[in-house]
Design a binder for this molecule. Structure first.
Ligand SMILES: Nc1ncnc2c1ncn2[C@@H]1O[C@H](COP(=O)(O)OS(=O)(=O)O)[C@@H](OP(=O)(O)O)[C@H]1O
Ligand SMILES: Nc1ncnc2c1ncn2[C@@H]1O[C@H](COP(=O)(O)OP(=O)(O)O)[C@@H](O)[C@H]1O
Length: 218
């Protein structure tokens, strides 16, 4: 708008392309999905480290930083926010709470991607429809679904948090893969056989994919 000094205010908008040019790579979301213990967090963090070493800008969203904050459980919110708030907005592991968990994570990941980052997410995300809904919010090629395909026997054998044992004993109800569903992707961009390869080798598979799709140069 012009004023009496003939000075014009310009709305400067930094485009996605501007950000990508500055960073030297594209923004995207690498969406790891798989059973508890399949290796999602380990592979995502290994990949994050490798991307960082290569000079690319990435970040990891996983249970540790999301289910303790943005998507905290009712019990975690009760003391700070009160019972009513905790019941309305806290998220557990019912199908509807998992749906909302994934919706929020998808929205945050998309913001990171639009800001030019390579956003890595590591959530079970057991329902196909929830993952596909996230995919639809993004541009063509922006959502890269990575199925961490580890047989449940291996996950259960690893059981780093002792949760499978508790689920088998009936101490946790609705545990994914035991008495709650996991719907494997039908057409993921990548499938990683985490039962038989090192996290390092699996992260390299993702990097090769990113190079082939020209998301990162090289
Ligand atoms: N009922 C039930 N089913 C599955 N998992 C459970 C459950 N209760 C607690 N946990 C722990 O929560 C972690 C999964 O959280 P997510 O946010 O990834 O789950 S989901 O995507 O909303 O399904 C999962 O962590 P990971 O092992 O890292 O996957 C479990 O440690
Ligand atoms: N490719 C792999 N080979 C062997 N062990 C692995 C591999 N990936 C992960 N692990 C181990 O399996 C356990 C579960 O891995 P984690 O990344 O926490 O799984 P998730 O995030 O899917 O629950 C950890 O103890 C981790 O060290």
């Amino acid at each position: 708008m012009m004023n009496e000094m003939n000075v014009t205010w310009h709305e400067h908008q930094v485009s996605r392309g501007d950000r990508e040019a500055m960073k030297g790579h594209k923004g995207c979301v690498i969406w790891f999905t798989g059973l508890s213990g399949s290796g999602k967090s380990t592979i995502a963090n290994t990949l994050d480290h490798k991307l960082h070493e290569l000079g690319f800008h990435s970040t990891v969203l996983d249970g540790d930083n999301v289910r303790h904050g943005l998507n905290a459980a009712p019990g975690m919110l009760r003391d700070t926010h009160g019972d009513e708030f905790a019941e309305r907005f806290g998220l557990g592991f019912s199908a509807i709470d998992r749906e909302e968990n994934i919706r929020r994570i998808g929205a945050v990941a998309e913001l990171f991607s639009a800001a030019g980052l390579i956003a890595l997410t590591a959530f079970i995300s057991p329902y196909r429809v929830d993952r596909d809904r996230v995919r639809k919010t993004m541009r063509e090629g922006e959502f890269i679904e990575v199925f961490v395909d580890t047989p449940i026997e291996i996950c259960e054998d690893r059981d780093p948090k002792g949760l499978y044992k508790k689920a088998r004993a009936g101490e946790i109800k609705g545990f994914t893969g035991i008495d709650d569903p996991y719907e494997a992707p039908l057409n993921p961009e990548l499938t990683l056989s985490s039962g038989h390869a090192s996290p390092d080798a699996l992260a390299d598979e993702v990097i090769a994919f990113l190079r082939a799709r020209q998301i990162i140069p090289g």
